[in-house]
Ligand binder design. Structure first.
Ligand code: GLA
Length: 719
């Protein structure tokens, strides 16, 4: 049984993981353990050293609380922070009831991981109440039986007679014994997304987050604590990932007793929520993953869960079409004929999907107008969307289109008709970024407009694919439509509004492949993955930069979720020139593969190379998008990068080694593979035979001369 309850102790177990909670004599909920799997009744309060030793601090500060709150001796970040009608923040929550339920429920209005059969997971709900104020909380857990991934969220209810103001709400706050940890997170910026940063955790707090109204380029809603010796393949790692696309707070802290805590949830800087009597607030969901097999062990659990039980719909398990996108090929300078020629030449090379990017609507010839006016520009598309789409479909290709539905240009018909439809503060300047403002999705009429605008574009164009972009962050993030005492709800209400729109559109257009984008990877998070199975990883398409970006992204996200394209050289973002082979080998092992250049301008030799890269991408995409991925050599500060894929049935493996800068007189690089059958024989594409043991313990060796080279080798298990 994945969840057992005995002697006031809950033990949640799955895969190689256990998570143990205890209701103490005061009715407070404590976390006794989260780590390697233990027998059902092996961890009990007598084994833990709480609360019994003397201190000048109140014992509460040292208790391993599962739900720390303010006012009774807890001095850290509260998991739930409420300002009550008396004007104080004291919260005293005690357990009243619990329920153990097969399967896992969804969260109303929010993305969440799911089960397809009840047997996959087991859920636990624990009710707590504060009798003085009427505040009630239901903690919601589910443990996935095969992997041991644990989801954690809470519903906060005002069961009292007076309004309550919710000022903070974490999805998870988990204590860990000891403090000998490194904290790991994924930092970045536009075109430099998700670089892993690992720092020793000292006494105090290490916090990251976003106040941008999007998860952001700068930080990802993910944080892990790593045991000191933990590396890619061994050691203990505790990860937390938030299924949410808006602002967030994440932190790790160590107290003066030398114990630690990992937490993540709403960012109180940009959030509060008024709870009238009888109302409730649902937090987003955190996904907790423990691994005793290093970072790759953690990533494997996230990858499988997010690929198969977070992403949804028709395209979830299907090979993604090879696409060509015209953005870097033409930017805004195109018309139907130019696009058709790109599609036609792409088709010739083996491309399956043509995507028309920004610039097809309103009067948009640069980024300074027309967002919101989603009708085709007749001077570029004289036969409208349907005319171009028919011609692309006539080539036996799929047709895709770009939109940025959450935005409004001040120079647009939509803005002239509805100047109040954007987030803003009356009487203050509206800060523009990329010459645009953000639609107020807290308002029903605005949501209806967006839903209808996107739907009519999809209907008219008969599009098979939509790139849903979002190219700025929030500044004056308030909705004047809300009463002043609720304006701090604007950011979260915006996210709920966006999720409502996405739910409706993805339901109504179930065969459309949706790709999320935000200036590249500025909203690459589990929340968007629930609606869209792939995300444009970065606007940086340089092959060498992409090694780091794809490596960092893979810490949490499955390879199938990443969009990766071959673009022109010198590269438009960093001016580097790399070979077609290197660009191809990075992109085709980087997830949903495509081209992003003007193929009509390629020489016959380059076209031949491109044809080869596309054929290779099609041959390998099943393995890349559905296989088991492992990072082998980190590109950061190194001369090589490497990763590998193994098919679920073990019959094929792919080793991918990339040379960054070369040196004179260097021996071949040797890379140890993982997860093979040591007793089996594998044949590479040159016919050479290897034992699994030699590939794993001695390594695969490759000689890659010159700068920016690659070796991508398929290994077949010989029966
Ligand atoms: C963003 C996207 C790009 C492209 C442009 C169009 O920057 O990340 O891929 O679609 O917008 O304006």
């Amino acid at each position: 049984m994945p969840i057992v309850y005995r002697n006031r102790v809950f033990t949640l177990s799955g895969g190689d993981i256990s998570y143990v909670l205890h209701v103490n004599e005061d009715g407070k909920l404590m976390n006794l353990y989260w780590g390697k799997r233990v027998p059902d009744h092996a961890v009990h309060p007598e084994l833990s050293d709480y609360p019994g030793f003397a201190s000048f601090d109140l014992p509460v500060y040292w208790l391993p609380s599962e739900l720390p709150t303010l006012g009774q001796g807890w001095y850290g970040t509260p998991a739930v922070d409420v300002l009550n009608a008396q004007g104080d923040h004291v919260v005293d929550l005690r357990v009243t009831e619990h329920r153990i339920i097969p399967g896992k429920k969804g969260l109303p209005g929010l993305p969440a991981v799911y089960t397809e059969e009840d047997g996959e997971a087991c859920s636990l709900e624990i009710d707590l109440a504060d009798p003085l104020t009427g505040l009630a909380v239901t903690l919601q857990y589910a443990v996935f039986e095969a992997s041991g991934a644990i989801t954690r969220s809470m519903r906060i209810i005002n069961a009292g007679p007076d309004p309550l103001s919710l000022r903070g709400a974490l999805a998870a706050s988990v204590p860990l014994w000891g403090s000998d940890y490194d904290v790991l997170h994924l930092k970045g910026s536009w075109a430099r997304e998700r670089t892993p940063v690992r720092t020793p955790l000292g006494q105090g707090k290490y916090e990251i987050g976003s106040q941008r109204g999007a998860s952001g380029h700068e930080e990802n809603p993910f944080l892990a604590l790593c045991g000191k010796g933990a590396g890619e393949h061994s050691g203990e790692v505790w990860g937390v990932s938030l299924v949410y696309s808006g602002s967030f707070l994440a932190g790790a802290s160590t107290d003066n007793a030398g114990n630690s805590r990992l937490y993540m949830g709403m960012n109180p800087q940009v959030f509060s929520w008024l709870l009238q009597p009888g109302e409730s607030f649902q937090t987003p969901e955190a996904v907790l993953v423990y691994s005793s097999r290093g970072l790759n062990g953690m990533s494997r659990i996230y990858h499988r869960l997010y690929r198969t039980r977070l992403a949804r719909g028709f395209w979830r398990d299907r090979p993604r079409p090879v696409l060509i996108n015209n953005w870097e090929g033409t930017y805004f300078d195109f018309d139907e004929e130019k696009l058709y020629r790109i599609a036609r030449d792409g088709k010739e090379l083996g491309v399956e999907l043509f995507v028309m990017d920004d610039g097809w609507f309103g009067r948009r010839n640069s980024d300074n107008c027309s967002l919101g006016d989603w009708t085709a520009n007749p001077s570029k598309l004289p036969r409208g969307l349907a005319g171009l789409s028919d011609r692309i479909h006539g080539l036996d290709m799929l047709f895709g289109i770009w939109m940025e539905p959450e935005m409004i240009s001040p120079d647009s018909d939509l803005f002239r008709a509805h100047p109040d439809w954007c987030l803003h503060v009356p009487g203050r300047a509206r800060t523009e970024e990329r010459n645009q403002l953000i639609l107020d999705l807290t308002r029903k009429e605005v949501r209806e407009y967006v839903t209808e605008a996107v739907s009519s574009v999809l209907r008219e164009s008969r599009a098979d694919y939509l790139k849903w972009d979002m190219n700025r962050n929030m500044t004056e993030y308030f909705s004047p439509a809300l009463p002043p005492e609720q304006r701090m709800e604007s950011q979260h209400r915006y996210m709920l509004g966006l999720y409502e729109i996405l739910e409706e559109i993805t339901r109504n257009f179930p065969h459309v492949l949706f790709e999320s984008c935000s200036g590249g990877g500025g909203r690459f998070d589990p929340g968007m993955l629930y609606y869209m199975p792939q995300t444009w990883t970065s606007d940086n398409t340089d092959a060498v930069s992409r090694l780091g970006i794809q490596y960092g992204t893979s810490i949490v996200y499955p390879i199938s979720a990443m969009g990766a394209h071959v673009s022109a050289v010198p590269n438009h973002q960093c001016r580097r020139t790399t070979s077609m082979e290197m660009r191809g080998d990075v992109a085709l092992c980087g997830g949903a593969f495509g081209f992003e250049l003007d193929v009509t301008s390629l020489s016959p030799e380059e076209k031949e190379q491109a044809r080869g890269v596309i054929a290779r991408a099609k041959e390998l995409r099943g393995l890349v998008q559905q296989g088991i991925f492992r990072r082998l050599l980190s590109p950061f500060g190194a001369r090589y990068a490497a990763w590998q894929f193994v098919r679920e049935d073990g019959k094929q493996a792919l080793i991918c080694i990339y040379r960054i800068l070369s040196e004179a007189n260097m021996p071949p690089v040797r890379v140890k593979m993982h997860g093979l059958d040591p007793a089996a024989t594998y044949r590479d594409e040159t016919g050479k035979l290897y034992s699994g043991a030699s590939l794993m313990y001695l390594g695969f060796s490759a000689c890659i001369p010159g700068d920016f080279g690659s070796c991508v080798m398929l290994l077949e298990k010989v029966e």
